[in-house]
Design a protein around this ligand. Sequence first.
Ligand code: PLP
Length: 494
Amino acid sequence: MKSSGCIDQILVSSQYTLKEVFRLLDKTGDSVLLLVDNNGILQRTVTDGDIRRLLLAGFDLNDTLTQLPEKNPITVEAGISDSDALTVMNKYEVSQLPAIDGNGRPVALYLRSDIQPRILLSIPHMGELEKKYVEDAFQSNWIAPQGPNVDGFEQEIAEYVKTGHAAAVSSGTAAIHLALRLLNVGVGDTVFCSSFTFVASASPILYQGAQPVFIDSEPDTWNMSPQALERAFQASIATGQKPKAVIVVHLYGQSAKISEIMTICDCYNVPVIEDAAESLGGLYKGRHTGTFGKFGIFSFNGNKIITTSGGGMLISEDRASIERARYLATQARMSEPHYEHTELGYNYRMSNVLAGIGRGQLAVLDERVSARRKIFAHYKQSLSDIDCLEWMPEPAGDYSNRWLTAVRLNHEKTDIRPSDIIAKLSYFNIEARHLWKPMHLQPLFSGAPYFYHSDVDFCKCLFETGFCLPSGSSMREDEIGFVVRKIKDIIGSW
Ligand SMILES: Cc1ncc(COP(=O)(O)O)c(C=O)c1O
């Protein structure tokens, strides 16, 4: 809350020009100014949106605030509690609330950003068992990158996704790196990879000194296009440079067209690594994502559907590969009484304490998936009357975990951009994010070959038109409702 002393800095009179108002908004860094009359009595609030509307109506920067229409300000008496102020803000859907004295002079300003915890994109959501497993680790003094929780977590994940074997590691990125290493990817090799993803899908290709080749997405799943993949294979055969591996990503919890992708890769005899970092609990035709390729990986980063604060899992039907992954992840230490190393290894094992958190989280994974699916359905249903919104698809037979609710703007129906919506939601203390910026557009990978789905660069379109909404499984109904109302307001008033 801004109080008496500071309030003077945001007072303006009707003689201020629009330019001066912009300058003051910029200088104070506040999102609002208070317009007072000659007696210091509050007339209304002034935001940059008010000034923009005047400019759009044909006024110029040298016009004064006398042009502003009258608007009775929502105010409260000085001294009310923050929670009462928030109740008033929610009732009137405002984010700044001036408090006035008995004469109508502003004495304080309540800001939503100071009072209401930010509604974040995806926050950790603990269950009831995590502490018990962590406590067990403390009791037994297994505070190490091995121990009963690590073994238990590996076994439980393998059982949950119905695969043979799992190795718990320090991150999803480490799991991808190990998979590439196990496939002997090295300097001079190429690896095909989904372009529409987070950088961690592709950076391990560079760790190994190999070259990425990026593959576009297709409209049914927003994930790797089998057509583009086939074309990339044909081009690679023509140049005699067959890829050593294909990394296919299941983004935002939605499976790629994995059967078609597996058929193509099997035909060329190239192994698949499924980056299921975001899709744990998601199914493709009843089978868990991550279990189709030679290797699958999951992430337990803090923002994922379940978390160990940081961690990952490498899975495979191939016992020998998973055992070798555990060995490589433990500095490739040989089984000798002394420290013996014949090859390069990594410090990638998951700690027994964090694996305890993972075991507790796994117990509530199905609940987390259904909560996120409900959040997606809630947004989609409540915003169904806004026809410029196109929701991330879920083809029949698939079961996305809806890790993040992802949506695009149809630019034939609106010219509002994702950045406008993200900025305006942020003003109401709501976090939204752009969809992933594709890897072939990242300076890090400039020059890497890229194969389009069709004649348009589909994942570039996704990036330019899409955004993600807060989707944490602990979100309350009133929070989802608040986000929905704000989106309606923002698009409605555009
Ligand atoms: C698609 C994708 N791949 C890989 C990763 C890497 O996982 P981590 O952060 O556990 O290294 C993430 C998430 O961070 C991701 O979203």
